[in-house]
Design a protein around this ligand. Sequence first.
Ligand code: FHN
Length: 413
Amino acid sequence: MSDITKQWFEKEKFGMFIHWGLYAVLAGEYKGKRTDHIAEWIMNTFDIPVEEYEKLAEQFNPRDFDADDIVKKAKEWGMRYLVFTSKHHEGFAMYDSKADDYNVVKKTPYGKDILRQLSEACEKYGIRFGIYYSQAQDWHDPNGLAANYDNSAKDYQYYLDHKVKPQLRELFTEYGKISLIWFDTPMSTTPEQSRELVELVKSLQPDCVVSGRIGNGLGDYITTGDNTIPRLPYGKNAWEIPATINDTWGYSKYDHKWKSADELIRLLLKAISRGGNCLLNVGPDAMGRIPEECTAILDEVGAYVRNNAEAIYDTKITAVYPYELDWAEFTHREHKLYVHILKPKSIIELLNIANRVTRAYLVEDGRECKVKYEKTCEGDAYIAVTLPEELWDRKNYCICLETEEAEPVFEEI
Ligand code: FHN
């Protein structure tokens, strides 16, 4: 692991993942059968022949796609970086690849470079641009790997040399600054092969952050399992949780299992508090639209992030508070402990926090709150903050406790 993540990655905390490819045309259904797996895997799940799957490109014409609007929304939602699937496991490039014709410009009636539009919009709105690239799995290329299939007859090294490296070279030389490369599912990639890809990336853009899924421990940070968060603070290395808003990454017309804004706010706060980042996914449909339910949820999450920005970006990993609180999460920076209040409360009582609080205020508008110190029945520290009456029925806001000490002092029970 390197220190390169300190330049921006560890500070920015919240990013947008976009999974978009030909699978959006099938939208989770093939020949009248609905997939029980994530929608972008439909080719693999239903064993769809290459020649048949390729034809989906003829139907790909996302007239409603508006890169500017998506990136503008990402900015409003407080996302500071964006990672787009330049090529997912299906093997189809969402940009104008000279190295391989199986791409959105050459094969679809749409004919425009999606990746370029997103990279330009990111530049315009000051969002860091990242690329997802499936380096091992490629279900279109005869030598690309495929999970659940026998890969023994494939020449994986040939595929790396003749498709992956040329495509990475064009991605890293023709699309401006790439802040992050999100490799995925390394499968049988050897340490030497992973190293070659990292070296290629760094030779072209030395400051680019490489995801842990390059494999063989060669990433700049750790990518946790999908939707899987460390239970305790983890500060040994930078890390990121990739998370879905429903159950799938690519668009599925059947998946309405949307997480609530409350759940996502809590997930984001847990990730930040435990020292990580959260990369939250959207899967546009075949027309290029982010589903309305998803947008509505992100509007709520985004409002939280915007109103409480000082308690989110560039905050530090927070030690384990000894009590389980279903109504709060903590984040902190020097001399400030942020109490994120996620359920309605009229007074907040915090046991076993031995800091001297100099001031308490509501982060969203700076309003001061009254602080009282007492002792618990056992003689431990006890802080009570009386909240303004207008907040008693509200959830999802944050109180900052300014403290004499730089770090939170959580006492043992
Ligand atoms: O197989 C992929 C999956 O389709 C999706 O891209 C996720 C995102 O983290 N990564 C792999 C599974 O972990």
